[in-house]
Structure formats: structure tokens, C-alpha cells
Ligand binder design. Sequence first.
Ligand SMILES: Nc1ncnc2c1ncn2[C@@H]1O[C@H](COP(=O)(O)OP(=O)(O)OP(=O)(O)O)[C@@H](O)[C@H]1O
Ligand SMILES: [Mg+2]
Length: 435
Amino acid sequence: MNLSPKQIVNELNKHIIGQEEAKKAVAIALRNRYRRAQLSQELRDEITPKNIIMKGPTGVGKTEIARRLAKLVKAPFVKVEATKYTEVGYVGKDVEGMVRDLVECAYRLVKDEKAKEVRVKATDAAEKKMVKLLAELKKNDRGETAREVFEQDLLESLRKGAFDDTVIEADVKDEIKAMELMPGGAAINLGSIFGEVLPPKRKKRKLTVKEAMQLYIAEESEKLIDEDAAKEEALRRAENDGIIFIDEIDKIAGKESGSIDVSREGVQRDILPIVEGTTVMTKYGAVKTDYILFIAAGAFHVSKVEDLIPELQGRFPVSVELKSLTKEDFVQILTNTEHSLTQQYAVLLAVDNIDLKFTPDAIDAIAEISEEINLTSEDIGARRLHTVMEYLLEDISFNAGGSDYPVIPVEINRAYVEEHLKNMTSDRNLKKYVL
Ligand SMILES: Nc1ncnc2c1ncn2[C@@H]1O[C@H](COP(=O)(O)OP(=O)(O)OP(=O)(O)O)[C@@H](O)[C@H]1O
Ligand SMILES: [Mg+2]
């Protein structure tokens, strides 16, 4: 990752409108990791990341910035909700789970990269295996053809996809299925726990050639990847490039009152060592958390940053504020972002042969009405656009549905917007769209 801070901001600009201060802060933090990586080990040890705290109202881009950032840098990234640790039944110390998840993420990144590196070799080996199977299956077709020629023909047909749907009996690794152990979807892959202890069982399965090839390629690349090196690399990346995004941090701040709140400060105290730098044991090995970048975010409309325990505040030296979005921002969000909402609806409806277009004054009206609703009822930021657009296009979305009709052009102009949204500020119907 060697994008300059300006380039990072440019990339973020494709998706997030405004919030310059926050974009700048994350861009600098990111670049500083690259800068640090260029230094001698001695200096590197001295330099810890400047963690960031982002505050601002709901729906203005806090999570979105973090999400886009992670995609951009291909760094190991996890997002946790601080409130998760205050839930009833939560038994202390599990905050370390965020670090384990980060390492897990780093490991997957590394494995994906290595799999790409060995892809050609793995495909080669898988093809060889498959050709043997096919040669056996089709042995009656061989006749007088020399074995090598016959196998070469099979290989070429295989590559062309001629056998994609042919069902064969393939000898594959018997994966132990992931089991859902806890309600709420926390799944544990028993295979990955016991897989390293027990020798892999193999079994015969009826599969199409296409499916079997995928499994074979995966198996072969597994053989080609040096597992220990991958683990080490994963640990190194988690330690040095990892980003942990702690969302809803404001929900664990605040004055103590009653029993629920006791756990809030408890959670802050649990998180503190991780942010300060500690060693966490993971199934890949020990990870030092000193150089992980932490970005915390919260609306802070009930509590303040100052309500966090001072030790924790001190660990987030960079504090940036995100601003409420205005009508002009909404216009930009609707028209000037990659895969903007208007484009999303257009491509969705294009599936049903609707050619949806918005005139500039329609966009203007949507932005204006969204701002107005945010000002008069609750300010939910850009999320308002989602509710407004859904409401606006409900009729069209509902009535479209026959791709056998010819393409129907539909132009949304200001009049259409005003007509369809006129009830929205007062209409009780709106309730069902309020998030
Ligand atoms: N500045 C912005 N530019 C473009 N899109 C935005 C912007 N702010 C928010 N959005 C869009 O609004 C939605 C909600 O944004 P996001 O999840 O970042 O809110 P948030 O600030 O994290 O709010 P919360 O405090 O409720 O978690 C996302 O779909 C996002 O794409
Ligand atoms: Mg958020």
C-alpha cells in the first residue's frame, strides 16, 4: 500500500461526500504506517499509531469511511460494536476476540494471495488428476488411440468445458461442516479446529466435473502453500497493518447509574489494554497489539468523548468531527458517488426493462425534501435518502415486472418528486420507512 494521503482522500471521495477532516485524518494515519514500515526496526518499535476517534451524528459516513478505507488498503480489518461487550450474559475479557478476528482476517488475506500465486500450478495438478479420472471413465472411447494422445484430447476438452456437467465419482477431502453452535449465527468450523489434529478423511462423492475441479484446485493449492509461512505472515500483517474499527464507542461512555452502566466502564477497562498494547494469544500464535490502528466512532449525542475514562481517551489522540449533511451534500451523494443510489435503482429497474432517468431538478427536489425531513423530524443523515428514494419509487418498483415488454423510458422530474413525496412529511405511511 503506497498511496499518498492525497490519493487516499481522492479514493474516498468517490464514495463519501464532505467530511474532509475525517478523511484527512485516516489518510494520514494510513500513510504513517507505510512511512513507519520504511524505518529501521529500532525506530519502528518506538512509533505507535495515532488512533482516531470520529464523532458525528448518525448516518453521516463514519462507518462508511472505515469500510471504504479497509477495501482500499487491503489491510486486515475488523469492525466491532462496542455495545456487543455490554450485552447481558457477556463474560468479561472476551474483548480479545476482536484481535483474534483480525488475525483470522489477515490469515484469509494471505491465503488468498498465496492461492493466486500458485493458481497455475494448482490448476495443472488438478487437471492431471481429472484427466486420469476421465480417461478411466471414457476408456471405451479410446480404441486404438495412443494413451498420451487420448489424454491430451481429454485435457483440451476439459479446458473447453466440454465435461463441465459430466457427473463423476471424485475422491475428495471429507470436510467437516461448520456447525452453528450459538443462536445468532456464531459458527465454529470444527474442521478448522480438529483438521490439524486428525488426518483428513477422504470420501467418494458424486460431483460434476466442474465442481470437482474446483475442489481439486483448492486441494492442490493447499498442498503448494507453506502453511507455517502463511501463519507467520498473517501474524505480521495483523500486528503491523491491522485496523480495528470500534463502532458505537459512545454507547460505552457515560456516567455510571444503575447496574447496566457498571459494565460500560468495565468494557472500557477491558478494551484499554488492547488499545494500549498487549499480547493476545490466537490460534495462529501470539499477536502484539501495540501497532494495530484503532479507529473508534460514535454519535456522542448523549455522552461526550470526555465521558470515556481518561486512560482510554488518551489512547485516541486524533479526534475528528463529522458534520451533519446538507442539501448540497445530498445532491452530491445522489449524483457524484460511485454506484450512487440513483444508479442503483436504474440498474435494478433496467432488469425489468425500465429505463429510469432523473432530471437535475428532480435530484434537487429529492435533496431538498430529504433535508427538510431531517430537520423537522429526526436527523438520520444520508440514510434519509434511502427511505425517500424507496418511497419515491415504490409505484414504479411495484409495477415493473415484465421483462417481455419493450423498454419503457421513465423520467423522474421535479413535478413527479413533489407529487409523490408531498405526503411524506406528514404521512403516517412514512413510519414504515423510518429506520
Ligand atoms: N458523507 C457521505 N457521503 C456519501 N454517502 C454517505 C455519507 N454519509 C453517509 N452515507 C451513506 O449513508 C449510509 C449510512 O452511513 P454510515 O453507516 O457511515 O453512518 P454512520 O455515520 O456510521 O452512522 P451511525 O452513527 O448511525 O453508525 C451509508 O449507506 C452511506 O453510504
Ligand atoms: Mg456507523
